[in-house]
Design a protein around this ligand. Structure first.
Ligand SMILES: [Zn+2]
Length: 399
């Protein structure tokens, strides 16, 4: 019987359901504190003998948790594996949910709830196997790295990584459990975002030559970005291992003008590039800036106070873990597969990778279900993630 919320009756064979239910039950929307969830997980892990460290945001409203189960020889710093997840979720505001997003509901072979795919189920699976890791003992340290503010630019994990580097913790491998359909992902694109601010000059709309129309100039730059995106698609280098095999660029928001009878003074738009490793995002922005600079002489001829400025909003590097590396071999072994994939969405993987921690991405659920109303993950994906964890236990076990 598929009673909503009655998880034990639906699928008694899966051991992580209670933990998925618990983790999703904490509303950890990025704008809010995640401390209640972090405290719960810290208590759980310390109760099993882990040593935990928290790193906080400036307001101490949010925290990362880094927790370590030392190896049987006492080693807590060298080698071993990090299981990495973010604790925050995207808002449910204005989304048409058919059930309470913060109560996991099972129906038709799926779990529904905010974060079941992105990405609390992976963390819950790892936590569900903690008693077994502890019972068998580990040859190398096992770490959990649970971050805040991933969804708003991979912000929190940067402090966690800086902290473990400073403390001399040097894991041999990191598994980031973002939703990949339990496929082994060894690379993702980089991403860089900017805001463009165009300052024109106001005039009565019957006197357009006396003004500088910020909206129209912004639209010329937007059209240039769209043209560059078409060139990436049609003439750029490709890597067919990615779902979108070329670099993409797009404009996401635009605001400008006050009334039809005023030549608009201001227009602002935000844009981004998601680039393959061999496409240089800095060259792209230099080209955009150079194109924009072509408007300045005519703007300044009307008014010296006009300008076009670009602010960098965020930067997330790409990453590419070579096939044949130890971490990839670990992923193959735990996932019982030889295939690897590459994805277009950015993750914390690139930041671990950049800190010399070899990293792969593998987690239950599909990115297409992430951030959606009625976010779901199939029970089959959970079963595959549990099988992954069981193989990881077997590889890491001291006995
Ligand atoms: Zn995520």
């Amino acid at each position: 019987m598929n009673a909503p919320g009655n998880l034990a009756q639906v699928t008694p064979a899966l051991r992580s359901l209670d933990l998925i239910h618990t983790l999703v039950g904490y509303d950890t929307t990025s704008r809010d504190s995640n401390l209640a969830l972090i405290d719960w997980i810290r208590d759980y892990l310390e109760g099993h003998g882990f040593a935990a460290t928290l790193t906080f945001d400036d307001d101490r409203r949010k925290a990362n948790l880094f927790a370590t189960l030392a190896a049987v020889d006492g080693n807590a710093t060298t080698g071993g594996i990090v299981l990495s997840g973010h604790t925050d979720v995207v808002p449910v505001d204005n989304q048409p949910w058919e059930s309470d997003p913060f109560i996991v509901t099972a129906r038709d072979g799926r779990l529904y709830g905010r974060g079941v795919t992105d990405m609390k189920s992976f963390s819950a699976c790892g936590l569900a196997f903690v008693p077994e890791f502890v019972r068998r003992g580990v040859r190398k340290p096992l770490h959990f790295a649970l971050s805040y503010d991933e969804e708003v630019g991979c912000i929190g994990v940067r402090r966690l990584i800086a902290d473990i580097v400073a403390r001399g913790v040097r894991p041999a491998a990191c598994i980031v459990g973002e939703p990949t359909g339990m496929e082994l992902v060894v690379a993702h694109k980089g991403k860089k975002a900017w805001r463009c601010r165009v300052r024109g000059f106001e005039a009565h709309s019957s006197l357009t030559p006396s003004g500088v129309n910020a909206v129209q100039i912004a639209c010329e730059i937007v059209a240039y970005i769209a043209k560059r995106a078409r060139e990436f698609r049609d003439a750029g280098k490709r890597d067919d291992a990615y779902d979108v095999p070329y670099t993409t660029a797009h404009v996401g928001t635009i605001r400008g003008g006050t009334a039809l009878n005023i030549v608009p003074r201001d227009c602002t738009f935000d844009f981004e590039i998601r680039h393959l490793p061999f496409d240089d995002p800095d060259r792209f922005i230099r080209d955009v800036e150079q194109f924009a600079a072509g408007f300045l002489p005519a703007m300044h001829a009307v008014d010296a106070g006009t300008y076009i400025e670009f602010d960098n909003l965020s930067t997330l590097p790409g990453f590419d873990t070579h096939d044949g590396s130890e971490v990839t071999a670990l992923g193959h072994a735990c996932n019982a597969t030889q295939e690897v994939g590459k994805v277009s969405f950015g993750t914390e993987a690139s930041l671990f990778h950049g800190a010399s921690i070899p990293t792969i991405i593998c987690g239950p659920g599909h990115i297409a279900q992430a951030h959606q109303p009625n976010e779901w993950v199939s029970l089959d994906q959970i079963a595959r993630c549990e099988a992954f964890m069981q193989r990881l236990v077997d590889r890491l076990a001291a006995a």
